[in-house]
Design a protein around this ligand. Sequence first.
Ligand SMILES: NC(=O)c1ccc[n+]([C@@H]2O[C@H](COP(=O)([O-])OP(=O)(O)OC[C@H]3O[C@@H](n4cnc5c(N)ncnc54)[C@H](OP(=O)(O)O)[C@@H]3O)[C@@H](O)[C@H]2O)c1
Length: 320
Amino acid sequence: MAALVPAGSSVLASKSAGASHRKMATLGNLSISPPVKLPGFLNFQCGSIRSSASSGIKAQVSTVEQVSAELAQKLEAPVVVITGASRGIGKAVALALGKSGCKVLVNYARSSKEAEEVCREIEASGGQALTFGGDVSKEADVESMIKTAMDAWGTIDVMINNAGITRDGLLMRMKTSQWQEVIDLNLTGVFLCTQAAAKIMMKKKKGRIINIASVVGLVGNVGQANYSAAKAGVIGLTKTVAKEYASRNITVNAVAPGFIASDMTAKLGADFEKKILEAIPLARYGQPEEVAGLVEFLALSSAAGYITGQVLTIDGGMVM
Ligand SMILES: NC(=O)c1ccc[n+]([C@@H]2O[C@H](COP(=O)([O-])OP(=O)(O)OC[C@H]3O[C@@H](n4cnc5c(N)ncnc54)[C@H](OP(=O)(O)O)[C@@H]3O)[C@@H](O)[C@H]2O)c1
């Protein structure tokens, strides 16, 4: 496995002032660009507004009202923090939520260029985004990350704990450092971010927390004692926090992917991949965008408001 060395405690935040340089509304010809796709989470519907200036004062007044409503709604767009959003599943989730009109904090450990590119894509589609470089296994970095989102947007509506690493090896040969690195990021990092985000969400009695676990946390996997222990820990943490915060209207769920095409699985090798595919009824790896669709549902849909403490597997039928 290629080593993924996080950026230590160096913290870098870069804000992309999306709205300031984007053309948001032109009242002269009564068009809004780009259109804003609004999630069910906010319980309103709005699309792009296009009208001809010659359609009369009444039409103009109502369109101006729509413009104001749309801008107000944009200001109220859900604020989402996603850890490990520069690549793979986290990137796909960031793009999906950004395109849905959310304000997205894109966290990364070392891939600053990739993270900036994610922000650019979100802004190009009409969302707002900022990057934050920091190691979410470190309490100080998590505090800075949450403060960055709060300073920029004043709240956090959705926390997505996605950052994760593997340091595989059989138990017999696993070094304590291999164990600790994975536990520190994949479990302690989730604890730190969840605790920090829940503090904000509990005050406003609203929030959604989504933890990216793994099917390995449910069934174990040879060579992944550290990783499966961390992911099983995330599942226990998810259920406990769901119980503790249900009275505050905060839902907490885990998504447990099987094998998803990403840098993490690209390292596995052809022989291993062949064996894996034989164990997957749908006989293919999942795509990050498929996981993102499930996360988007849990994060934004009003239909997901009654789901909490659950582990949703997305694995082509591998674990059933
Ligand atoms: N891919 C799968 O088949 C699969 C299956 C089940 C579960 N999962 C889980 O899904 C999540 C994402 O996996 P993936 O396959 O998308 O991984 P990936 O492609 O390797 O991306 C990992 C992401 O985590 C970030 N990261 C690494 N160390 C970090 C740290 N200390 N602090 C903050 N961010 C850090 C990376 O940032 P940099 O780019 O800056 O390094 C990157 O954005 C993980 O929790 C993983 O365990 C994946």
